[in-house]
Design a protein around this ligand. Structure first.
Ligand SMILES: C[S@@+](CC[C@H](N)C(=O)[O-])C[C@H]1O[C@@H](n2cnc3c(N)ncnc32)[C@H](O)[C@@H]1O
Length: 300
């Protein structure tokens, strides 16, 4: 039954228990279940052996997921892929596997558990729990950093084409992607704009993982990699600077605007979003999600 067709209280209940399903999806992603099912249906015993997991527990997770259309159980108790399970494969176009794994990581899960404190105090849950920002945590924990960076790259695969078709980058000569992660977005822009030069800018441990992607796209001649802290400065001299999914990381407008002040004339700003379609002013280009339009509060 689709969410719209459910009675209201059941629709709400489905949202409320979403955390259970999110964790089940993450577990399936972590143990590579969708990859194993790529070669055909498999029973829980075979899946548990291949993943080093406890058969009855894995079976319960897979049945829970099958109840919402992620995997299907056949009459022999074997599981197979469904359209909803396909993006959990590592080799799927725009694979969501890395993102699903990240959502189940303890540091992610714990931070969301601390949301009540954030709402009460305004303090970042991550900083409240760990005493450092999430970005500092990743600097100190390479394994967690790799999971986060891969998760960001996996989402980019889906977003890049949408942004490139919605926004005209062709007038830009040199573009800096500020907080550009492993460079997947900048690589896509450079592939679409063959005369442009690019500079990927992010924290040192992040850009260290970008070189391979730039080289395998054959873009090393047009794409420079620079490391630093955008609160101190950003590479100078480019005619446009883009921030995709960066501003939302910072708690208030003044904090979020600091990268914008770190080296470029803030009067030269452009923006793109779901409803915007225009050539950039030379200067800053911000890429963030748009919130839905406001509606009416009259009772239904
Ligand atoms: C949410 S991720 C977005 C990554 C990428 N723009 C994308 O859309 O996938 C935010 C990025 O900002 C970078 N970042 C955070 N603080 C930074 C700082 N002080 N200086 C430079 N980069 C920073 C992070 O390392 C991370 O790659």
């Amino acid at each position: 039954m689709s969410a719209e067709a459910l009675p209201t209280s059941l629709a709400l209940l489905r949202l409320m228990t979403g955390m259970w399903l999110a964790q089940a999806i993450s577990v399936a992603a972590k143990f590579g279940v969708a990859d194993l099912l790529g070669s055909g249906p498999k029973g829980p015993d075979e899946l548990a052996r291949a993943t080093g997991t406890h058969t009855p527990s894995l079976y319960r997770v897979l049945r829970a997921l099958a109840s919402v259309g992620v995997f299907r159980e056949d009459e022999d108790g074997r599981f197979c892929l469904t359209p909803l399970a396909e993006p959990l494969r590592s080799d799927a176009p725009a694979s969501l596997r890395s993102f699903a794994i990240m959502l189940g990581e303890e540091w992610h899960w714990r931070a969301w558990g601390d949301l009540p404190n954030s709402v009460q105090t305004g303090q970042s849950a991550f900083e409240h729990l760990y005493g450092i920002t999430n970005f500092e945590y990743w600097t100190r924990n390479p394994e967690a950093a790799a999971i986060f960076d891969q998760a960001m790259t996996s989402r980019s695969a889906e977003e890049n084409q949408a942004v490139i078709s919605a926004y005209d980058f062709s007038t830009i000569e040199t573009l800096v992607d500020v907080g550009g992660g492993h460079g997947s977005f900048l690589v896509s822009i450079l592939q679409a704009a063959s005369a442009m030069r690019g500079i990927l800018f992010d924290r040192p441990h992040v850009v260290a993982g970008a070189t391979q992607q730039i080289q395998s796209a054959g873009l090393q001649g047009r794409c420079e990699v620079m490391a630093g802290n955008f609160f101190d400065s950003v590479p100078k001299g480019a005619d446009a600077y883009i921030l995709k999914k960066v501003i939302h990381d910072w708690g208030d407008v003044r904090q979020a605007a600091r990268p914008l002040d770190a080296g470029v004339d803030p009067r030269r700003q452009g923006a793109y979003g779901g409803r915007a379609r225009h050539a950039p002013e030379r200067g800053w280009v911000r890429g963030e999600r748009l919130h839905p339009d406001r509606g009416s509060c009259q009772r239904h």
